[in-house]
Design a protein around this ligand. Structure first.
Ligand SMILES: *Cc1c(COP(=O)(O)O)cnc(C)c1O
Length: 399
């Protein structure tokens, strides 16, 4: 059973009621005053032991006590999480690291890390009796939301920005979603989605301001701890857009330390795209810059106005982490290296974590003797045009 206790505002620290779906602090006049869900870890410790965990299904519902909602049997067949961790010595040699492991989140049902959040969001919508869920997304949250809505048998309305890669839009359409392609940026798609949810009473899956979803993302951190407990990495590396993924992963690692599954928390490295680096700036200066619209091949982390920067900055600080930036050339090189040296096909935003390892070693942020785990947040099949542009065309021959 869920051991969630209460919701608190990350800005004023006051308790707030659990929202139906998305929601920010009712007392703060700030769209980034998001809510954090707390858990009774003493109760979790009694119920979730290594022994009880060993008998549970190998998907993310195994962490029922640490989820923000009561998992129920309608969702137990959705195969989310428990993705493999691959040791990649040839990639480590490329990056100049002692060791690199990749956690391949591209193997989730719709091909990205977002499935951890969408599964929780869609189940929450079902439990509330809502028949339509909506989200705005650069692509993966959208296809993931649409996929789980299809599994659940509820409707999805999805707002995507004009630049969303075609394969992600194809996923949405095949999953039967009502797809609204917004002739504008992600920020504009986001605002339109929020307004439509408000006026129609739709269930709002927008991750940054929906506290349930970050808890879904947390399961990646829980898993990393459980899967590597006896062989813990020094660093866990995650690419950063809105900041929900890194905040969730770090929170999961911290829970597992407090519960005694691991004896230290790995440091967490956030990787942003050069030019679209508002959270890296907030980490360094304590304040979010007004708008960091730039250019990056990594569409999934192209978020100039992040909503979840506070949780991200707070968690990365708490685990003595750091941020680095990578440019498009480095992302492209990392995409090729992950493919050719580890057999992992990552989309640009996912390969950014691998590029970030190399950059962090070059900058002296990560020691070359470190043991590193990089999260591959999405499959390269999500953006084949970028992949072909980076890898080149095949050699044409006669039969
Ligand atoms: C969403 C996403 C990220 C970043 O997650 P945030 O929660 O927005 O920081 C990274 N990689 C991929 C592939 C994503 O889809």
């Amino acid at each position: 059973m869920s051991c969630a206790t209460n919701c608190v505002c990350v800005v004023c620290g006051q308790s707030a009621p659990f929202p139906r779906s998305a929601g920010v602090c009712p007392s703060c006049d700030d769209p980034t005053a998001v809510l954090e869900i707390n858990f009774d870890l003493d109760r979790v410790r009694a119920l979730m032991t290594p022994k009880t965990l060993a008998s549970r299904p190998v998907n993310h519902w195994r962490y029922a006590e640490l989820l923000p909602i009561e998992p129920d049997e309608r969702a137990f067949t959705w195969p989310v999480g428990w993705t493999p961790i691959l040791d990649s010595p040839r990639l480590a040699a490329w990056a100049g690291a002692k060791r690199i492991r990749l956690k391949d989140e591209g193997r989730n049902p719709t091909g990205s890390f977002k499935d951890r959040a969408s599964s929780v969001g869609v189940l929450r919508a079902m439990q509330m009796g809502d028949t339509r869920i909506a989200c705005a997304s650069t692509g993966n949250a959208a296809s993931s939301c649409a996929g789980f809505a299809a599994m659940a048998g509820i409707n999805a309305t999805i707002f995507v920005p004009k630049r969303a890669p075609k394969p992600k839009v194809a996923q949405l359409l095949i999953f039967g979603a009502d797809v609204r392609r917004v002739n504008g940026t992600y920020a504009q798609a986001y605002d339109l989605c929020s307004a439509e949810c408000e006026s129609h009473g739709w269930h709002n899956r927008n991750c940054a301001i929906n506290p349930y979803l970050v808890e879904g993302k947390k399961t990646c951190g829980l898993e990393i701890a459980e899967q590597t407990a006896t062989d813990l990495p020094d660093w866990v590396v995650v690419s950063v857009g809105d900041g929900c993924t890194i905040a969730g992963v770090a929170k999961g690692l911290m829970h597992m330390r407090e519960l005694g599954f691991i004896n230290r928390v790995p440091r967490v490295l956030g990787v942003q795209a050069e030019g679209v680096d508002p959270i890296a700036i907030a980490f360094e200066t304590g304040a979010l810059p007004s708008d960091r619209a730039g250019q990056t091949v990594a569409d999934s982390i192209d978020v100039p106005v992040p909503r979840n920067w506070r949780k991200a900055v707070h968690r990365v600080r708490a685990c003595d982490g750091a941020f680095v930036r990578v440019n498009d050339d480095e992302i492209s090189e990392a995409m090729k290296a992950a493919g050719a040296r580890a057999g992992v096909f990552a989309e640009p935003a996912a390969a950014a974590s691998v590029a970030g390892v190399k950059r962090a070693i070059e900058e002296g942020v990560i020691d070359p003797g470190a043991d590193v785990l990089a999260v591959i947040t999405g499959s390269g099949l999500k953006d084949v045009d970028s992949a072909i542009a980076i890898a080149g065309e095949p050699t044409d021959v006669e039969p």
